[in-house]
Ligand binder design. Structure first.
Ligand code: PHE
Length: 361
């Protein structure tokens, strides 16, 4: 094709395009058919543009911009028509449906933190004000961190206290947050205070007060001359900040391999105000008439634990504690079944309106 034939051909295509009545095209399919006719791989304009390579450079310089202009005009006509077709279709849809504009809208659900997260944050907040900083460790632990370094050697009967999920080899799902003590001590130089909130796992039968997955907040303070009085004072202050000054705290001698001496700490039962008798005048089933509920384990860091992390127990001393988050939350909000926390029933969860952080002036 010589250049004048080519130009004639272009004018012919342009005439064909202007002969099209775009506003008469009512469907996206028809519009697409038109596009393919001119701009498809074998479309007339496409083929013409392809054959421009047979012309000389000068002829191309002259004709190519003309052809490009026709092409881009067509493209924008098509795009504009697509929009109009969409709009027409939408209007048609709207008009064919009857809308009840009097129907009240669904109010959007507001997200909030899970009650256990709220409780954990509240605990961390109080302990943070007391100088404890946040530390974390893995959920899948090795035997060494979960047991051995915590003075629980292999074949020691203390391992039976903790119903362990074994993963593979020497890996376990951590049975408590205490392994984070080991990690923190190996990472840091004393003195320091850390808490480690997180999930723990025990192979347990599930009932109203037991879950195979639950949460603890571990605390550890290492310094010179730390005494049991420091431990008592810290925990009492913490519990009063959390539950109010009227609660009673009770320390009972206990045993943990990684602390000596060890204690279990009880809180006066908030269901019966420590009386052992419920509001219905029946014996309180929550504290089993004792007026107290066990909420945490604690003690002075055992010298063997210090040795396992390379601290000299003649120089360093410390206390540690492990608090059950569910226990605390159940007491605080008078929840009778631990399973409520995990069923994710919005009727339950939505009652916990992002807990106010305790005032601590
Ligand atoms: N790790 C213990 C448990 O899970 C709790 C604890 C922590 C006790 C720290 C003493 C010191 O039962």
């Amino acid at each position: 094709m010589n250049s004048s034939d080519w130009e004639k051909e272009l004018e012919k295509v342009a005439r064909e395009i202007s002969a099209e009545n775009f506003s008469a095209i009512l469907s996206a399919e028809d519009l697409e058919r038109l596009r393919i006719r001119f701009l498809g791989r074998k479309g007339s304009l496409t083929e013409l543009l392809r054959s421009i390579k047979d012309l000389s450079i000068e002829e191309r310089k002259l004709l190519a911009p003309k052809a490009q202009k026709i092409k881009s005009q067509l493209e924008s006509q098509i795009a504009a028509r697509i929009e109009e077709i969409e709009k027409l279709r939408f209007e048609k849809d709207i008009n064919s449906q009857s809308l009840d504009l009097t129907l009240p809208p669904l109010s959007p659900l507001r997200g909030r933190f899970h009650p256990l997260t709220q409780m954990q944050n509240q605990m961390a907040h109080i302990l943070g004000l007391m100088g404890f900083s946040w530390a974390e460790g893995p959920l899948i632990e090795d035997d060494e961190h979960n047991f051995t370094a915590l003075n629980i050697p292999e074949h020691h009967s203390a391992r039976d206290m903790l119903d362990t999920f074994y993963v593979e080899g020497s890996k376990v799902m951590r049975t408590h947050t205490s392994p984070v003590q080991i990690r923190a001590m190996r990472q840091k130089k004393p003195p320091f205070r850390i808490i480690s909130p997180g999930r723990v796992f025990r192979h347990e039968a599930i009932d109203a007060t037991h879950s195979a997955v639950f949460h603890q907040v571990e605390g550890l303070y290492v310094d010179k001359n730390v005494s049991f009085a420091d431990l008592k004072g810290t925990l009492e202050e913490f519990l009063k900040a959390l539950f109010g000054p009227e609660i009673k705290v009770r320390f009972r001698p206990s045993y943990f391999p990684f602390t000596e001496p060890s204690a279990e700490v009880d809180l006066s039962c908030l269901f019966c105000s420590g009386t052992g008798v419920g509001k219905d005048r029946h014996p309180c089933g929550i504290c089993k008439k004792t007026g107290f509920i066990e909420i945490l384990g604690a003690g002075m860091v055992h010298p063997n634990v210090f040795k396992a992390v390379g601290y000299d127990p003649e120089i360093w001393s410390g206390f540690a504690f492990g608090i059950g988050v569910e226990r605390i939350a159940m007491l605080k909000w008078q929840i009778k079944d631990i399973r409520d926390f995990y069923q994710n029933d919005v009727r339950f969860l939505s009652q916990f309106k992002d807990a106010e952080l305790p005032l601590f002036a």
